[in-house]
Design a protein around this ligand. Structure first.
Ligand code: NAD
Length: 371
């Protein structure tokens, strides 16, 4: 039987509460004798790590992350740490994880559960059954390119510069992630850039075309201008399967797609590194899109579904347990169909529950599905 090593980093605020619900599901899967088992390590990150160790993540926790098959991350931050030195702010823990594990591919699914279709800002018929995967390049592009500065010119004006910069290697590796994913889904990739006005867009377009030809001719590829992609997402989102795009456009397009599906409390994500040359395994971190929600932290009100769905992604992409990941998705869907809602997704006539009740209901649904 395969054993998968998980590192749990709950972090701060509601991260602690939602990761506890993932622990419930880990125990559920470990109790099933015929499937893969999980070993679990735990550590602190963010403000909680700063309080304990004076840094947002320790070298010891980083060493555990390097060894793990998957890191399950909750959320970090909160007003308590607003004044800590910049280099030790809670987010520094997450940034170090992304950098040291070289997590260059950010996967953001936008899935609309039928029971929540009316909570979308778009009409039900546009979003019901929606299942898009946005693959965003996470470690390059304009957020990191140098020069990056604000200078004062001789005439006293100030000038700001950010540099959009991509190498063919960076584009090639993210394109391969998108094609690999598409093969397991609807077999279609849209590559979004701005080749009409940006040199990085021209190179992006060329490299994705080359990778398609040599690596994935079986997958349908369409190139789309990023601004048109933003428009089409609102007009007819179900035309998309996988969208691959750079760091900046991905930041915007993934938030746009996310909002079609309802609440922040429903949105999972994965960040993947390059496959290891020997084992083929990728470094990976899974986390909800939301933050530590200080306004509801500690009250048992947080929606755990984003974190639980992130665990589902860990099963799918790091543990080769696609069938179990499907079970988690079905369990979430069935609990929503029964009318259970946390406060953030509450609708008239439904039953409001807290974090633990939602976690327990999903566990019960899993038991029923596997009985
Ligand atoms: P947030 O995502 O924490 O909260 C935004 C709003 O959504 C709040 O009203 C919150 O109550 C609600 N919300 C979020 N997740 C929810 C859930 N699972 N269930 C129910 N309601 C939920 O964003 P924010 O308020 O801008 O930031 C709060 C803190 O989190 C800040 O310190 C910020 O820096 C940090 N943050 C961390 C991450 C991360 O760890 N990846 C991401 C975003 C923000």
């Amino acid at each position: 039987m395969t054993t998968h090593a998980l590192l749990l980093l709950p972090g701060d605020g509601i991260g602690i509460e939602t990761i506890a619900e993932v622990e419930r599901l880990i125990a559920f899967f470990n109790a099933r004798s015929n499937k893969g088992k999980f070993t679990v390590e735990r550590d602190v990150v963010g403000g909680t790590a700063y309080d304990a160790h004076g840094v947002a993540i320790t070298d010891a926790a980083m060493a555990k992350a390097q060894k793990a098959d998957a890191v399950m991350f909750g959320a970090v931050g909160g007003p308590k740490w607003d004044k800590v030195p910049y280099e030790h702010r809670p987010e520094a823990g997450l940034l170090r994880l992304r950098k040291d594990l070289d997590l260059f591919a950010n996967l953001r699914p936008a899935i609309c559960y039928p029971a929540l279709a009316d909570a979308s800002s778009l009409k039900r018929e546009l979003v019901e059954g929606l299942d898009i995967m946005i693959v965003r390049e996470l470690t390059g592009g304009v957020y990191f390119g140098e020069p990056k500065e604000i200078v004062t010119l001789e005439n006293g004006e100030r000038r700001a510069v950010d540099t959009q910069l991509y190498t063919s290697r960076e584009i090639e590796r993210i394109a391969k992630v998108a094609f690999d994913l598409a093969r397991k889904r609807g077999n279609k990739v849209h590559s979004a850039e701005k080749r009409n006005v940006m040199k990085t867009g021209v190179l992006w377009n060329q490299v994705v075309t080359e990778v398609h030809k040599s690596y994935a001719p079986d997958v349908k590829l369409e190139h789309i201008l990023a601004d048109n992609c933003a428009m089409q997402l609102i007009r007819n989102p179900k035309q998309f399967d996988v969208i691959v795009t750079d760091n900046l456009f991905g930041d915007v397009l993934s938030d746009e797609a996310a909002m079609m599906t309802g609440s922040l409390g429903m949105l999972p994500s994965a960040s993947l590194g390059a496959p290891d040359a020997k084992t083929g395994k990728r470094k990976a971190l899974y986390e909800p899109v939301h933050g530590s929600a200080p306004d509801i932290a500690g009250k048992g009100l947080a929606n755990p579904i984003a974190t639980i769905a992130s665990f589902g992604m860990a099963l799918r992409y790091s543990c080769d347990m696609g069938a179990e990941a499907d079970l988690i998705d079905k369990a979430i869907s069935s609990v929503l169909d029964k009318g259970l809602r946390t406060g953030d997704i509450m609708q008239p006539g439904m039953t409001q529950v807290g974090t633990t009740q939602m976690g327990r209901a999903i566990e019960a649904a899993l038991k029923a599905l596997t009985a």
